[in-house]
Design a protein. Structure first.
Length: 684
């Protein structure tokens, strides 16, 4: 027939593989994992007719040539699942392989005939032939065993019984036969990519600190040495990423004053994001902060405490930046020859010139920006918070991050992209390790549950890692302005337990700085973006102890270090939000109680910062691995109180002026865990 395709050898391949996950945009972008993660791969695999299918997932690091193969198991409706652990940073490849399970099909059909009392002698000969073929693919003792078993089947009398039945349907023969299958007409999915980042890309606790406000003397400009002196405090808080806003020289032209005033007064320091002055640009340190040697010392001192120092990448320039004079072609000029300042109407940034990524000299510009990143990596910085990446071409970030990671796969990039969802997600696909999110503005139970479902239970989770921030120097929500200390504690618990990575802008957060520039504004009064601030870390009412306790809980409980197990539970009170996370621990319980080989944490939060809230909550015990007719113990990790519950419905009451949340660790009800007074039905 005209136009008909000529059949090829591939046309004879009967198994079909579809819907492989994780897969981002058909393989256009890599999925994400972190060192130590178990990567779960799923795929649809099936064949025409009634033959059985066998599947495996194969994976390798791009620097390796040998594939590692692992068996996949059926999970229903022709869906298969397999998993492998990754231990090295960098690019990995994986693929799914499927073939007809001829031995399994033969054994299934043989059993059906035997159960029906039919003559199975011919089937035994077919089985013997299958084993002989497997023996030809085997080596050593396996070949001898398969050959012997084939001989037994070929010589068997009709109506096998006793030892022969045990041989045919035993595990030993099945394992041997499946070890050497016939893969002559196997199907293989296309190869897919996986980027494996350091563990800190998946689980991290960030703290934003302005070094210029770190001086213990309120009348002196802070330095990098002052920031280094804060390291013991940050260690007590449980911080593992210290993020510094831009540390470069600040321009004087059109410098902003207090609260963003268009004109700065004498001695006002200006915005750190107005980068560049005669002293240097993106690879220089502001003279009042110190020197490159001071930064190197800070980075080294932080590393001894397990803290990474993150720098801000703000690819923009003040009018005084050396590039303005050395490379005017990197900026967009108006018809009159002047360079236009940055704008986001109605906001105006007269102190900042945006770079022109569409310039004819774009290659030189892109190379220069890559050079900035490489410069700081040479000084021990491998974590970057990127300012407004959504205002630069997406293709630029894909190129830059890939270029950096080829030589430095351990590098982490956090996208500060408060923009439209599809743009945020595309930045993650382009290579950003983490991203700021809309959590900052999600406040009701419905908003939070809906948003977290999108982030953790859809395909978004394959490539987008959320980093939850209750506040930033740009964002003081109305809720934080009016909710008192309780709302800061509530938002802290939510950020730290809903997301594996979160951050706070401090000390503004723990000291509950809550005054806006004016009613209706999300800007801080006397914002640290434009002024030096002095923070009394010993001030009464600080939440520092609470931050430290919660971060110790996070480090002690693997369940809180991942997002994929997040599950919401019911409550009759919309002000009570209930959710759980769990993670295998490898621990086995002597009495065989189901579910207790996992680290399981249940969180109950009162979302109302003003009033006590109470109600019955409904736990999905099956999801928690708890038997419905057995009691279980709960250890409140915030208050150290212990409870004994039984069944899915239990009563709680939470006063936000005392403790606004429970962070329960679930354990089996052994006597040693119930030696304290407990509540059987409620909490206070």
């Amino acid at each position: 027939m005209a136009g008909a395709r000529i059949p090829t050898a591939q046309s004879r391949v009967r198994p079909v593989i579809e819907a492989v996950r994780p897969q981002v945009d058909g393989g256009r972008f890599p999925a994400k994992a972190a060192v130590g993660d178990v990567v779960t791969v799923e795929a649809d695999a099936f064949v025409d007719g009634h033959d059985l299918v066998a599947c495996e997932v194969r994976h390798r690091h791009v620097t390796e040539h040998r594939w590692v193969s692992l068996t996949m198991v059926p999970i229903g409706n022709d869906r298969w699942r397999g998993a492998f652990r990754v231990s090295d940073v960098g690019r990995h490849r994986f693929t799914v392989h499927a073939w007809i399970d001829r031995f399994g099909t033969w054994r299934r059909d043989l059993k059906a005939r035997m159960d029906a009392g039919q003559d199975a002698s011919a089937d035994l000969l077919v089985g013997a032939d299958l084993l002989r073929r497997s023996a030809r693919r085997a080596r050593g003792e396996d070949r001898r065993s398969l050959t012997a078993m084939a001989h037994q089947l070929a010589q068997a009398e009709p109506g096998p019984a006793g030892p022969l039945v045990a041989l045919i349907f035993g595990d030993e023969l099945a394992e041997l036969a499946r070890r050497y299958p016939d893969r002559a007409a196997a199907a293989t999915s296309g190869e897919l990519s996986l980027v494996v980042d350091p563990e800190r890309a998946r689980f991290s606790t960030w703290y934003e600190l302005f070094p210029r406000s770190a001086s213990p003397d309120p009348d002196r400009h802070g330095t990098l040495a002052d920031a280094e002196a804060r390291l013991p405090y940050l260690t007590q808080l449980g911080i593992d990423v210290l993020y510094l806003p831009p540390i470069h020289p600040i321009g004087s032209t059109s410098r902003k004053g207090d609260d963003g005033a268009p004109v700065a007064g004498p001695g006002e320091p200006g915005s750190p994001w107005a980068i560049g002055a005669p002293e240097g640009g993106h690879t220089a340190v502001h003279p009042q902060l110190g020197s490159l040697d001071d930064l190197d010392h800070l980075v080294a001192a932080a590393a001894t405490r397990g803290i990474d120092v993150a720098l801000d990448l703000a690819f923009q320039c003040s009018p005084d930046h050396p590039w303005v004079h050395e490379h005017p072609e990197w900026f967009r000029h108006r018809p009159d020859g002047s360079i236009g300042y940055a704008e986001n109407p109605p906001k105006r940034y007269e102190d900042i010139y945006p770079l022109d990524f569409e310039t004819e000299a774009w290659r030189d510009l892109w190379d220069a920006l890559l050079g900035v990143v490489e410069f700081w990596i040479a000084h021990g910085i491998t974590v970057f918070r990127v300012d407004n990446p959504h205002t630069k071409p997406l293709g630029f970030w894909e190129w830059l991050i890939a270029s950096v990671k080829r030589a430095h796969p351990e590098t982490i990039f956090l996208a500060e992209a408060f923009t439209r969802p599809k743009v945020m997600y595309r930045l993650a696909k382009a290579g950003f390790s983490q991203s700021y999110t809309y959590f900052t503005w999600r406040q009701t139970r419905w908003e939070l549950e809906t948003y977290l479902h999108e982030l953790t239970a859809t395909e978004v989770a394959d490539y987008f890692r959320p980093n939850f921030w209750p506040n930033t120097p740009d964002i003081l929500t109305e809720q934080l302005q009016s909710g008192g200390a309780s709302i800061f504690a509530i938002r802290l618990v939510l950020a730290a337990t809903l997301a594996a990575s979160y951050g706070i802008y401090g000390p503004a957060f723990e000291l509950q700085d809550h005054l806006p520039r004016h009613p209706g504004s999300e800007e801080y009064l006397h914002s640290e973006k434009y002024a030096l601030r002095h923070w009394d870390l010993e001030r009464r009412g600080s939440l520092a102890a609470v931050v430290g306790r919660i971060n110790r809980i996070r480090r002690s409980h693997p369940a809180l270090q991942f997002n994929d197990s997040l599950r919401f539970h019911g409550s009759e009170n919309e002000q009570l939000m209930v959710y759980s996370k769990s993670r295998p621990t490898g621990e086995t319980v002597a009495d065989g109680t189901s579910g207790w080989d996992r680290d399981t944490v249940v969180v109950v939060v009162n979302l109302d910062p003003y009033h006590p809230q109470s109600g019955w909550i409904d736990l999905d015990l099956g999801a928690l691995g708890i038997e419905a007719d057995r009691p279980f113990a709960l250890h409140d990790l915030l208050t150290d109180e212990r409870y004994r519950w039984e069944g899915p419905r239990n009563f709680v009451i939470l006063d936000p002026q005392v403790v606004p949340a429970h962070i329960f660790h679930l354990r089996p009800p052994t006597p040693d865990r119930l030696d304290r007074p407990v509540s059987t039905k409620g909490s206070r």
